[in-house]
Ligand binder design. Structure first.
Ligand code: DGJ
Length: 731
């Protein structure tokens, strides 16, 4: 095997499947960036930037060379106060209060494979031959603070992952105030910045803007990665679009407060960075102690956003998501939330199961309301014992009934939270995040358990384990329904209170590690009021996520499109719900609702007892179609054809099996237009030399892949608003 990371006398060349990342040491001290993007065979440095006298950019101490300033150098992990005035990657306060710190190159090693990031979610290799890792040690000569920069380059993906470990090798304590996971100085002008922003029930809308001088950022201060901003951003070079041009994607494997930003400096260099949000963060390092940042994932595409997304999709399926469920076909589920909310009893649930099973539904999920005396959202979080008023025979009996039908049984939890009205809170009022002497803000009538405390984590593990040890649960929906306020922890010293938000996330990860590895047979789906924690951190533990509490098919087009920029469709929970839709009150046809949900991990979120005979027949057919196509849908390559964010919002996408012998294509019409032109839709990703038989919704015929991609498919006219087409392609 040729090496993935080449160590040359004057530079390091990371050859990550179809992309090159090159860094070098300047003046024997400074770790500088040379190139990220197009694959190179060699780098001669012929194009290295010229040093020129830059007024108002100081030359670093010890040098009288007026042409050299860190302010004009493309750096790999810049500090502050030593001649670079741009946004630093880290900030540290030393024992004397000073913050001017320099990290100089000390050493570099290359190892095969990828070391584990202790206590944090991260991408991984199954075989050390899949990747190589470069570890570069930098150190501040004065304080002896060291930073080990870790770069892993993957053999089969144009992906480099980065993280940093700080160690206080000095004799005095110091405080880390900013510890971003990476910093990258890109040359080239005219980048566009793309972010995924939104709100609860409106997650991950695509927002794009040109970068000009100054700083653009997205961040979360909510204690969760959030519905509002996602820790994925991309830079599109000048003319790049879905299918062409250079695109750089950045994602952070972290589920808490984050910052992602781009600063265009005075010389047109774009510095892009991401990591734990420095806002309200500080971390004390005693001599000998270390701090590990989360991992950032950097991906490159020379062929537009579509290819970037497919890289992320494959990479996350193969190198991030874990457990035996990842490559198993996901079952069709029915969840009782929108069917009953809190008002159900055993009889009602059994009736749902009874009705669902013959329709081909494979998994019944009991949502919120089964424990304590939770008849509404004001009570009982923390008391994870079954409510025998609703389920007199207990959970296990219900699970047995479901299993007897040949279906699987799933259960909802929200273990990170506590209601003031709960035995847990009455016993441990100091177990929630709070600030001594200050009253506690509630959200959805609940408080957040303080996961920065090990005893709280242990208690959560115990209470969830008690239920899961019954052995009757095949699926868990792990929910989290509020953001963090009064982020303080009882008993923690004043000098460490600002560590709480990150310690809380570390506690969460520890809980998830224990639970998900203890029950590998359980399929876990994470949720935070829908898609409030759709990030690589959560995907490491749970291979699917409830994409949004918004189940309206039309809103879902935008939400799922935006989500697909970074995350594979198989990770997106997508359900058919009743009409009028509970979130936006829109009425859409059952077929359209199904055609949107079929693209994710498919299911229902409604009362099947309300189906007419015709609807029940249609649902059976949809389920049979899904079972025949789900291997392609869940594990194929996803191509976006027509964006809901453009024109009149009509949308199209398709999925193709890896061997290109099968595909499914969906088209959605939002509003019918009078006397409109015909729609000719060009496919993507097919094998041009193959002939494909196209079937479904009024289309039958055979065409070559070349014709379907180069000329396109003339779609039948759709009558009415909110209509859809579902086509199968076979070769
Ligand atoms: C928020 C989730 O996103 C919903 O699907 C549902 O599980 C509710 N919580 C239950 O409280």
């Amino acid at each position: 095997m040729s090496s993935i990371i080449e160590r040359h006398p004057d530079h390091f060349h990371l050859k990550a499947g179809g992309a090159s990342y090159i860094l070098h040491v300047v003046n024997g001290k400074y770790l500088a960036h040379a190139h990220w993007g197009a694959p190179l065979l060699t780098w001669q440095g012929a194009n290295a930037p010229r040093f020129v006298d830059r007024s108002f950019s100081a030359n670093p101490a010890g040098s009288t060379d007026r042409t050299f300033s860190l302010d004009a150098l493309r750096q790999e992990y810049p500090g502050y106060g030593r001649t670079d005035f741009r946004s630093p990657a880290f900030e540290v306060q030393l024992a004397d209060g000073s913050t001017a710190v320099d990290l100089h190159f000390v050493s570099a090693t290359v190892v095969s494979g990828k070391p584990v990031l202790e206590g944090l979610p991260a991408t991984y290799v199954r075989d050390p031959a899949e990747a190589q890792t470069l570890q570069i040690v930098l150190s501040d000569p004065l304080s002896a603070l060291t930073a080990t920069l870790t770069y892993t380059a993957f053999q089969n993906y144009p992906v480099v992952t980065r993280s940093v470990r700080f160690t206080n090798a000095g004799r005095q304590s110091l405080t880390l105030r900013r510890v971003l996971s990476f910093s990258l100085d890109l040359e080239g002008e005219g980048y566009r910045w793309l972010q995924l922003s939104g709100a609860h029930v409106r997650e991950r809308q695509v927002v794009e803007r040109p970068l000009t001088a100054g700083t653009v950022s997205v961040e979360s201060r909510r204690g969760a990665s959030s519905h509002q901003q996602n820790p994925f951003v991309a830079l599109l070079s000048g003319r790049a679009d879905e299918d062409a041009g250079e695109v750089f994607g950045f994602n952070l494997a972290y589920s808490g407060n984050f910052l992602a930003q781009a600063e265009v400096d005075q010389f047109g260099i774009t510095r892009i960075q991401a990591g734990i949000n420095p806002f309200d963060f500080a971390w004390k390092l005693e001599p000998g102690q270390s701090f590990q940042t989360p991992e950032a994932i950097l991906a490159y595409s020379g062929n537009g956003l579509g290819e970037l997304s497919r890289t992320f999709h494959r990479f996350y399926q193969n190198q991030l998501c874990r457990g035996p469920q990842v490559f198993q076909e996901r079952p069709i589920l029915i969840n009782n939330w929108e069917a009953t909310y809190f008002q159900f009893d055993q009889k009602k649930l059994e009736a749902i199961v009874e009705k669902a099973q013959p329709l081909g539904i494979e998994l019944f999920v009991l949502d919120d309301g089964w424990f304590g005396h939770r008849d509404n959202d004001k009570t009982s979080l923390g008391d994870w014992t079954v409510d025998t008023k609703k389920l007199p025979a207990g959970l296990e009996a219900l699970a047995d009934t479901v299993h007897a039908k040949g279906m699987k049984f799933g259960l909802w939890f929200e273990p990170e939270m506590v209601s003031a009205d709960s035995d847990l809170y009455r016993a441990h009022p100091d177990w929630c995040l709070h600030v001594e002497g200050r009253d506690r803000s509630e959200s959805r009538n609940q408080l957040v358990l303080d996961l920065s405390r090990p005893e709280v984590c242990r208690s959560i593990i115990d209470s969830v384990t008690k239920i899961l040890d019954g052995g009757k649960i095949d699926y868990v929906k792990w929910d989290m329904n509020r953001h963090l306020t009064e982020v303080g922890s009882a008993g923690r010293g004043a000098d460490r209170q600002r560590e709480t938000a990150h310690r809380h996330i570390l506690g969460l990860y520890e809980i998830l590690e224990v639970i998900t590895t203890r029950y590998p047979q359980i399929l876990f789906e994470s949720c935070s009021g829908g898609g409030g924690r759709f990030d690589p951190g959560m995907l490491y533990y749970m291979p699917q996520v409830w994409t949004s509490d918004n189940t309206d098919a039309i809103c879902r087009l935008e939400i799922q499109w935006g989500t697909s920029l970074a995350y594979p469709p198989v990770t997106m929970g997508a359900h058919v719900s009743a009409v009028p839709n509970h979130q936006v009150h829109r009425i859409t046809p059952l077929k359209t609702r199904a055609d949107v949900a079929l693209v994710g991990t498919f299911g229902y979120e409604l009362d099947p007892l309300s189906f007419s005979e015709a609807e029940a027949r249609e649902v059976s057919q949809i389920n049979a179609w899904y079972k025949a196509h789900r291997a392609v849908l869940q594990f194929g390559d996803f191509y976006r054809l027509k964006s809901p964010f453009e024109g009149k919002g009509n949308t199209a996408w398709m999925t193709i099996s890896r061997d290109k012998t099968r595909a499914v294509l969906f088209y959605y019409q939002i509003l019918a237009q009078p006397n409109a032109g015909q729609v000719v839709l060009r496919a993507k990703g097919l094998d041009p030399g193959r002939t494909y038989r196209v079937e479904g919704d009024g289309v039958t015929g055979s065409w070559s892949g070349a014709e379907l991609m180069g000329v396109g498919l003339r779609l039948p006219d759709l009558r009415g608003d909110f209509q859809s087409l579902r086509l199968s392609l076979y070769s």
